[in-house]
Design a protein around this ligand. Structure first.
Ligand SMILES: [Zn+2]
Ligand SMILES: [Zn+2]
Length: 385
């Protein structure tokens, strides 16, 4: 979702290894048509981005329930957390009038199931001093050796492979450029198979989409763990801690981590949820995408590193910051949808927009903002941030 064909091209250029999986992050129905005249992303930026950054929302904490509770109780951004709803108590009635759609509710619940807590215990020395093309300090720059856990949020997509050929959760063997999903390796790369004389020929690749300011590079990926299905304090610990970087773009604040497994329970289970979410998203878009003034947006994240929570709010602006090609603008979202430290890397979904952006930080009370991302021109406003 939220990836354009243009970005697929960029990914292919940047990541030859992943050539055949260049649409791995795409899950649902978004297609942004390319004019064939793509530009370098930052050649297209038309505004000063400095004023669009505030504070990132990576949480830093010791691990453990008591540490979480203390930070949560002392939160200064959203004391009481009235607008963050624990996922297990989220109901149709938390949606505002006019949006109490079963499809939208089910879509949010499916999104929640695919939301993961991302913990990182290492700071890469390669973090830059500033966000690209700005004078805004990059989070944790020059903090090598930092010993607290940093926590953000991620979002799952899944691909199944057999002898090097793959398909997405919808059963398609081709990405939107018409290229086959293909890997150079023909056997599962999981730990068990790496030491087996009979490695599995079938495997799943679970991708965790987050922000680069949460997980910056391969060095940090080696010290990253993803906790799945963390819905409540007592949820079983389902942790994936063997991940590598599949794709990274510091400019777009996008990092995709990859976990390879031939476990035929987790892969198919997640794949089924991805498929369900995609189908629901199509239905939700049918209901709302044509309502130009529809501003409802939602986020599922792990505030303060605790159990996942849902927030429902309003898109404030879909600000055009550049023009990518004839059909596609580059935009940055601001929204009232509630977030706290720990929400960095979560996806911001707006039912009136055919795109998603990565949550980046907070500008001032009641106004959060995303990283830049592609957006169909028909949805972006001719307005500078
Ligand atoms: Zn908080
Ligand atoms: Zn395996």
């Amino acid at each position: 979702m939220g990836l354009s064909e243009s970005r697929f091209k960029e990914r292919e250029d940047n990541n030859k290894e992943a050539e055949s999986t260049s649409s791995q992050v795409q899950t649902e129905s978004t297609v942004i048509k390319s004019s064939g005249q793509e530009n370098d992303l930052f050649m297209c930026i038309q505004v000063d981005l400095d004023s669009t950054f505030g504070a990132h929302e990576v949480e830093t904490t010791e691990d453990g329930t008591s540490a979480f509770q203390k930070i949560y109780d002392n939160c200064k951004k959203n004391p009481g957390h009235a607008d963050l709803i624990p996922v297990q108590s989220f109901s149709l009635h938390h949606l505002p009038d006019g949006h109490r759609s079963q499809n939208l509710y089910d879509m949010i619940k499916a999104t929640a199931e695919l939301t993961v807590r991302i913990g990182v215990s290492m700071v890469s020395p390669k973090r830059p001093e500033f966000f690209p093309h700005t004078n805004v300090t990059y989070p944790f720059y020059n903090k090598g050796g930092y010993d607290k856990n940093r926590i953000g949020t991620g979002d799952i997509t899944v691909f199944k492979y057999k002898k090097g050929f793959g398909c997405d959760a919808f059963g398609s063997k081709y990405n939107r450029l018409g290229k086959k999903y293909r890997r150079s390796y023909k056997r599962c790369l999981c730990d068990k198979c790496q030491h087996s004389k009979k490695p599995s020929k079938v495997w799943w690749e679970i991708l965790f989409n987050t922000a680069t300011h949460v997980v910056f590079d391969e060095i940090e990926a080696e010290h990253t763990s993803c906790r799945l299905f963390f819905d409540a304090p007592g949820s079983p610990k389902v942790i994936v801690d063997k991940v590598v970087v599949d794709f990274v773009s510091v400019e777009m604040d996008m990092c995709v981590l990859k976990h390879v497994t031939c476990d035929d329970t987790l892969g198919p289970r997640l794949s089924e949820i991805v498929k369900t979410r995609g189908e629901l998203w199509d239905k939700v878009r049918e209901e709302y995408v044509n309502l130009e003034d529809d501003k409802l947006s939602f986020i599922v994240s792990h505030p303060h590193g605790g159990p996942k929570m849902v927030s429902v709010g309003q898109l404030i602006e879909n600000c055009k910051v550049g023009e990518y090609n004839d059909n596609v603008d580059i935009t940055k979202l601001t929204y009232s949808t509630c977030t706290c430290p720990g929400s960095s890397g979560a996806r911001v979904r707006c039912v009136g927009l055919d795109s998603t952006h990565v949550h980046n930080g907070a500008l001032n009370p009641g106004q959060n903002y995303s990283s830049i991302d592609f957006c169909l021109k028909e949805h972006s406003e001719l307005q500078s941030p």
